[in-house]
Ligand binder design. Structure first.
Ligand SMILES: Nc1ncnc2c1ncn2[C@@H]1O[C@H](COP(=O)(O)OP(=O)(O)OP(=O)(O)O)[C@@H](O)[C@H]1O
Ligand SMILES: NC(=O)CC[C@H](N)C(=O)O
Length: 623
């Protein structure tokens, strides 16, 4: 009989408007009724009901997944390869280790590592660590972890600082060629040289006329501590008449009296981005140097330096950045949220740093799918959070098991019921996920929101004298009475009986048995109230949503959770399973009728803490 029950409940569908599980027929009826109501309202000139509801997700959960290599097979990245069909394709992901990576970097990682992988080539993880003032050890570790978590293995991990000597030697070569000079001008003087309305035509300072010998002596003086920071810097002698500011004798080296985390106090001078990046790309034999469009103008100086020094020349091409609206990604702003305790830390599940997205339980595969779906062009991608959530939801729908969980439990005592065991599939669509056995007990717990003290004809869940189906249970139940706590006014217990007459209840709700696990469940909503937190009066902190985290301390979850935990990661994917890295967040499941969940890192052996990953349907009102 248990099998028959399971079979029947497996064919239920979620009514997105009410969150109930209903039969196909019932769903059809409800949809038709709502469409009729909406049409009538429209005809009357009144607003359709639920005016604020977000548009329905365009992509349906059943749609087949996109070709995971599509972004490399067409468009910008295909053109880049065709422009230079050089193999082995060699790329690099070059973050500055001065902060935690965010969702935008996931695009850069996918583009660089993915492009190399697609063409059978290799990608370096290169820490662009030329500014000891901003870099810290913890960022190095976190960056590598995120690359691996996304399922990529660096060909080699390198550091721009590994090349300090080589870069220095090339700088001396540039000086020797007469293509660089040591300048002692201050910021105002440099600004004046670069011209503009106030300053007139561009011009060079007298330092540019120094002989290569003088410049070499001065440059060595910089290296050997003759100058304090800002007293001298090495400038490339480019083309001050060029329309591109990247050619206006950029700085190549500056004095910084700060020890470097890798080279200690060996160097007092450090190369700039413009001097370092193109040369490190050249040293590593990068075939395609892919970066974001704010570097378009830099391409000219990138090419100029490699050519001038006669070294191997990689090709730089630029794609549009990815940003997400409805949140903040800037390091400075996230730091403020952290230090002022609006969030738990840099990995708070409401943030969009990669460590936060990971902690929340978003599977790495969903992030890759998201980037692939957006595609790569030279235009920036400015994407609403709801769109990211849609992809995650669709990905989870295909890949994680289902369990029953109750956020705010109230006991229902079913008179005359007996304990029995039922076999429940982990997925109604994918038998390969297997099934598990749970106990049905004479007392079950249902969610407080699934019981009403007073019935009403548009309400289909439990109420006195009303019948509701319990997912996977032998019979529907009918409430007969309930008790309340007089002081709080809250229902404390419902008494019910089996309703064996009703073969097809209109609605099914989830429940858990007495022997279930307890859990703290953290339900997240957007951290900000608006799509543009930065536009809020007085700044982004004034846009904080007071309900961004709602905690249910006494939630209950069925015992099937033990098996889901044992079999994690869900889904089995590179980055989590291959490397044996599945952390608590890889224990993921759909809490039927509630949301998708993952285990939080605050969990201990004796306490389960769950994070909501995304809701089952697009949140109404979020647009
Ligand atoms: N939002 C983004 N979308 C796509 N690529 C990005 C984004 N932000 C950074 N990148 C790319 O990631 C790589 C490493 O970036 P790095 O950490 O040095 O960047 P950044 O520009 O300082 O980032 P941010 O200031 O946003 O933290 C670079 O190639 C950069 O172009
Ligand atoms: N060319 C690039 O990809 C730039 C990388 C560099 N670390 C930055 O400042 O963003």
């Amino acid at each position: 009989m248990a099998d028959a029950i399971t079979e029947a409940t497996a064919k239920l569908f979620l009514d997105e408007e009410t969150g109930e599980m209903v039969s196909k027929n019932e769903l059809k009826k409800r949809t038709q009724k709502r469409a009729k109501k909406a049409a009538t309202a429209k005809a009357k000139g009144a607003a359709a009901p639920k005016e604020n509801a977000a548009p329905k997700p365009k992509a349906k959960v059943d749609e087949p997944a996109l070709d995971p290599e599509l972004m490399f097979k067409q468009g910008f990245l295909n053109d880049v390869f065709e422009e230079r069909p050089k193999k082995p394709v060699t790329t690099r992901f070059p973050p500055e280790p001065n902060g935690f990576l965010h969702i935008g970097h996931a695009k850069a990682i996918t583009v660089n590592f993915g492009f190399a992988k697609y063409h059978g080539g290799k990608c370096y993880l290169r820490y662009d660590d030329t500014n000891p003032e901003a870099e810290e050890e913890k960022y190095f570790t976190a960056i590598e972890e995120m690359v691996r978590w996304l399922g990529f293995s660096p060909h080699k991990i390198t550091y721009s600082s590994d090349n300090f000597q080589k870069l220095y030697d090339l700088a001396e070569k540039l000086v020797g060629q007469g293509n660089a000079y040591v300048c002692h001008c201050n910021d105002d003087e440099i600004k004046a040289q670069r011209g503009g309305e106030e300053h007139g035509d561009r011009f060079r300072c007298s330092h540019a006329d120094q002989s290569p010998e003088t410049n070499l002596e001065e440059f060595r003086g910089m290296r050997d501590g003759k100058y304090k920071p800002r007293e001298a810097f090495l400038r490339m002698k480019q083309d001050i008449t060029d329309g591109n500011p990247q050619m206006w004798d950029l700085a190549a080296y500056r004095v910084l009296e700060k020890p470097h985390h890798r080279t200690g106090s060996k160097w007092r001078i450090y190369p700039t981005y413009d001097f370092t990046h193109c040369l490190c790309d050249s040293f590593e034999g990068i075939t395609h140097s892919l970066c974001t469009t704010e570097f378009v103008q830099s391409r000219v100086s990138y090419e100029w330096l490699n050519k001038t020094l006669g070294v191997y020349e990689p090709m730089q091409r630029e794609y549009g950045r990815l940003s997400i609206t409805g949140t903040v990604l800037s390091k400075r702003k996230i730091m403020k949220l952290v230090t002022e305790k609006y969030v738990r830390g840099w990995d708070d599940p409401r943030l969009y740093t990669l460590i936060a997205i990971k902690r929340r339980g978003v599977p790495p595969g969903a992030i890759l799918e998201f980037v692939n779906e957006l595609g790569v062009t030279t235009a920036p991608s400015v994407i609403q959070l709801v769109r990211f959530e849609q992809t995650i939801r669709r990905y989870l729908e295909r890949t994680v098991p289902r369990l029953m969980l109750v956020l705010d439990p109230i006991p229902v005592i079913i008179d005359g019921a007996e304990e029995l065991e039922v076999d429940v599939p982990f997925s109604p669509k994918n038998p390969a996920m297997g099934s598990h056995k749970i106990k049905f007990t004479p007392t079950v717990y249902i969610d407080r929101s699934d019981f009403r003290e007073e019935d009403n004809k548009d309400y289909f869940r439990l109420a006195p004298n009303k019948t509701v189906g319990l997912l996977h249970a032998p019979y529907p139940i009918k409430a007969v009475s309930f008790s309340k706590d007089e002081t709080t006014g809250k229902v404390t217990e419902v008494r019910a009986v089996f309703d064996k007459e009703t073969k097809k209840p209109k609605t099914f709700i989830q429940w858990v048995a007495t022997e279930s696990r307890t859990a703290e469940v953290r339900i997240y909503n957007s951290l900000f109230k608006s799509e543009k937190p930065d536009n809020a009066d007085g700044g982004f902190l004034n846009d904080i949503n007071p309900d961004s985290e709602i905690i249910y301390p006494n939630a209950m979850i069925e015992t099937g959770f033990d098996e889901v935990k044992r079999r994690a990661p869900w889904p089995e994917a590179a980055g989590e399973s291959e490397l044996g890295r599945g952390g608590p967040e890889s224990i993921r499941f759909q809490g039927m009728r509630v949301a998708y969940f993952a285990v939080d890192s605050d969990s201990t052996d004796s306490k389960v803490v769950l994070n909501k990953i995304v809701s089952l349907k697009e949140d109404a009102g979020k647009n």
